[in-house]
Design a protein around this ligand. Structure first.
Ligand code: BGC
Length: 779
């Protein structure tokens, strides 16, 4: 053997990661390196991490990402193989990074955009796409490869603490909004992580709750939005949720993560777990949960051990490694794009304001709005002065500022009453002082300041300004759900404030507007008759006060509509009988996997939740059973009016295309969101009376101007899921197509005959062990 040959054998060149070298790189990696790549690099002690106590030697080739910006997570790098880290940061309403970046001077802010619910309330997918582009720009500027967004669980129940991050009670609207967001972010070559996959409908005991539901509700409602976003926008990653579905944890379920997600829907990215401590690592890898976040050494250790003792096939590990490497290849970090640290925050703030003004829903207006220029306004309510920009938890954004309603109104030329400003200023400062010693964090936020009780006599004795605005605030977030009566219903002080201000101002011939700066649905039926106008502002990001002033002043014409039902009372929602509305217990965060310890007997709605309502969530229930509501799904007023005419439906190669002409019949320019609902023929599966199948929004129409809106609907889009045959089925027959200003305000209709039935068989997986009916009877 020659010397040259010996050299060639011993000093073999290591492959470097490229599109063509993935197999070679996998072959070059040791089992320990593979295990390290599949476990996040953040060793999160908060999430049950035991980085210090585990005697596990990290491969010397692994390099930890230098987390100077405080990102949510990252993977390990292996420079000798050319493997760079994947850098990930939250979240749905903007990028969540630390303000201070270690080792650097200055402060680094991100833009707080309107929360998911407010974005969806615009019914404007194009605007949501633009928000995505701006978020993608910020992520790119700060060196973030994947945004842990959008959040897209369904609003099954109004009390879910994270509803504000999510879009709607309807899966089609959810899927379309998520697809727009994903396309926007990914147009900047920044990946997304659509979350939380799936059926993560409550925060109480979120890490252990078993969501028990039939496969029809599962596929038609809870998976539908994810199916749409995967097929339409191809997200780079999907985040598997904390909870279980019909037994297994989502993170350990091959039926969900492989059979449905990959085999049926064609997902080609990676699945990463929500930020969980160690579970059954082998089961996760086998299920196709490629990355375990935020990552602990004990997960690596277990993966290595189980491969060595034959309990986990190395081929399963390799499949995950290959997919992670494919994702690494896509990233801006791999491509060597250097962060600029200087996103265009001014442009993004302007965009945030524009979108915010379209995401508000005008619930009531007895002619008081828009407010005439320059009025003297008396501002009541804590949140008039301390506007809530977004929810708490990982969805929070560290923005440079939040414009309060008072600041927004003053900026728009109104005068705010100084006495009230001082009064509320002192009240807020007093409450801050009470909690000054407490340690708050994003998962343990400061409590909401109770509303100031201003006496009725006091209100009557004051000389009123030209009009009063009362802001009612609510905040919520990760790890706990909202409660009744506190939170969902108004407090006695809030009710008294609205009642007394309305009485006092009306007695003086002045008008009252209520602004709802809330994270989710609240009770409105008992008090909505009192004020002259109600504007549902949601949480609008850092430009909130400016955006509300834009709408109140008429600079922007309101065009948002509800993406969920406002019931008369909480218990009108069928899901409320299977929801932990009164649970008193610890929040579900940190290393604690189960807040109950999961001892027998299991606790209803906490250890497990029965989805007895099946497909009858939100308007599907209220409209099918003729139940009165406070404000229906799709509802929202404008400063102008619209007429719908010339409804048409034409068969397409795959379903139909419907059109309708919308004309602005009022006196100011405005936009109108039109909803297309379908009533299916009888004879097929039982269906809700109306189902949203498409929607579209006009451009800004000048008075008298018209636009023809077009709504394509596929035959698959008409199908419902038959649990018995495990197939999607679209029955033949006459479909009634309705054009609605809301689900309760159908303006015109047309019809479409489907000549022959269609059927798409899918895998019979994820069924509940026992039928929901039997389980319910045993409860
Ligand atoms: C949340 C996720 C989030 C992750 C990282 C988890 O607690 O459920 O939505 O992306 O933390 O911050």
């Amino acid at each position: 053997m020659s010397f040259a040959c010996i050299v060639g054998m011993t000093v073999q060149a290591q492959p470097k990661l490229s599109t063509d070298s993935i197999d070679a790189v996998v072959a070059a990696m040791t089992l320990e390196e593979k295990a390290t790549l599949l476990v996040g690099a953040n060793q999160g002690v908060l999430y049950g991490g035991s980085a210090e106590s585990i005697e596990y030697q990290l491969p010397s080739s692994a390099r930890m990402y230098d987390n100077r910006m405080g990102v949510g997570g990252s993977t390990y790098a292996f420079p000798y193989l050319g493997i760079t880290p994947i850098v990930m940061a939250d979240g749905p309403a903007g990028l969540r990074l630390s303000v201070q970046h270690k080792g650097k001077e200055g402060e680094y802010y991100c833009t707080a955009f309107p929360v998911g619910t407010a974005l969806a309330s615009s019914w404007n997918a194009e605007l949501v796409r633009r928000i995505g582009e701006a978020m993608g720009d910020e992520a790119r500027a700060y060196g973030v490869d994947v945004m842990l967004a959008p959040g897209m669980n369904l609003h099954r129940n109004p009390l879910n603490g994270r509803n504000f991050e999510y879009y709607s009670e309807d899966p089609l609207l959810t899927g379309k909004m998520a697809a727009a967001m994903v396309s926007g972010i990914q147009s900047r070559n920044v990946g997304t992580s659509v979350k939380h996959f799936a059926v993560n409908s409550q925060e109480t005991n979120r890490k252990d709750n078993d969501d028990i539901l039939g496969t029809r509700a599962l596929r038609e409602l809870y998976l539908k939005g994810f199916e749409m976003v995967v097929k339409e926008a191809r997200p780079w990653t999907v985040m598997s949720s904390y909870n279980r579905i019909n037994g297994p944890y989502t993170q350990e379920d091959p039926a969900l993560l492989t059979t449905i997600l990959r085999d049926e829907w064609g997902f080609d990215g990676i699945v990463l777990s929500d930020w969980t401590a160690k579970r059954n690592t082998a089961a996760q890898v086998h299920a196709g949960n490629d990355l375990m976040m935020p990552g602990n050494k004990d997960q690596m250790q277990e993966m290595v051990q189980k491969v060595r003792n034959g309990e986990l096939a190395e081929a399963d590990v390799d499949a995950c490694v290959r997919r992670v490497l494919q994702t690494v290849l896509r990233t801006n970090t791999f491509r060597g794009l250097a962060p600029t640290d200087s996103p265009d925050l001014a442009a993004h703030a302007a965009l945030s304001r524009e979108v915010a003004s379209e995401g508000m829903v005008l619930l009531k207006n007895d002619g008081v709005l828009p407010l005439a220029q320059g009025l003297a306004i008396d501002l009541y309510g804590n949140t008039s002065y301390r506007f809530i920009s977004g929810g708490t938890g990982s969805g929070r954004v560290n923005a440079a500022y939040t414009v309060s309603l008072k600041e927004g109104l003053v900026g728009a030329g109104y005068k705010a009453d100084a006495y009230l400003e001082n009064l509320y200023g002192s009240w807020l400062a007093y409450n801050d002082a009470l909690h000054a010693e407490e340690q708050y964090s994003i998962l343990n936020p400061a409590p909401t300041v109770p509303e100031l009780a201003i006496g009725r006599e006091k209100l009557f004795s004051r000389t009123p300004g030209d009009a009063a605005i009362i802001t009612i605030g609510r905040n919520a977030g990760e790890a706990t759900d909202r409660k009744i009566p506190a939170d969902f219903d108004l407090s006695a002080d809030e009710t008294a404030l609205i009642r007394n201000v309305c009485d006092a101002y009306h007695a003086a011939g002045k008008k009252v507007v209520v602004v709802l700066n809330v994270s989710g649905v609240i009770e409105t039926a008992s008090w909505k008759a009192w004020p002259d106008a109600i504007l549902l502002a949601w949480q609008l990001g850092q430009e909130g006060g400016n955006a509300v002033a834009d709408v109140l002043s008429g600079k922007a014409c309101p065009s948002g509509k509800l993406t969920m039902t406002f019931p008369l009372q909480y218990f009108d929602h069928p899901s409320s009988y299977n929801f932990p509305y009164d649970f008193v217990g610890p929040p579900s965060f940190g290393p604690v996997m189960s807040v109950t310890g999961r001892k027998e007997p299991l606790v209803k709605d906490v250890d497990y939740t029965l989805y007895e309502e099946g497909i009858y969530v939100g308007y599907r229930y209220f409209s099918s059973f003729g139940k009165e509501v406070s404000y229906p799904f799709g509802y929202g007023l404008s400063y102008t009016s619209f007429a719908y005419s010339k409804p048409t439906v034409k068969a397409s190669s795959d379903g139909f295309v419907a059109t309708v002409t919308v004309t602005n019949t009022g006196s100011v320019a405005g936009k109108e969101a039109v909803q297309l609902y379908v009533t299916a023929p009888s004879g097929g599966l039982e269906k809700p009376a109306l189902e949203l199948k498409a929607f579209a929004k006009t451009r800004l129409l000048a008075p008298g101007e018209s636009e023809v809106l077009s709504f394509p609907v596929s035959t698959y889009g008409l199908a419902s899921f038959n649990e018995l045959s495990s197939a999607w089925e679209a029955a033949a027959g006459m479909y009634h197509v309705h054009f609605g200003a809301s689900v309760a305000d159908i303006r015109c209709s047309a019809s479409f005959r489907l000549g022959k039935p269609s059927r798409w068989e899918v895998h019979r997986v994820m069924e509940p062990v026992q039928s929901i009916q039997e389980l319910s009877n045993n409860n």
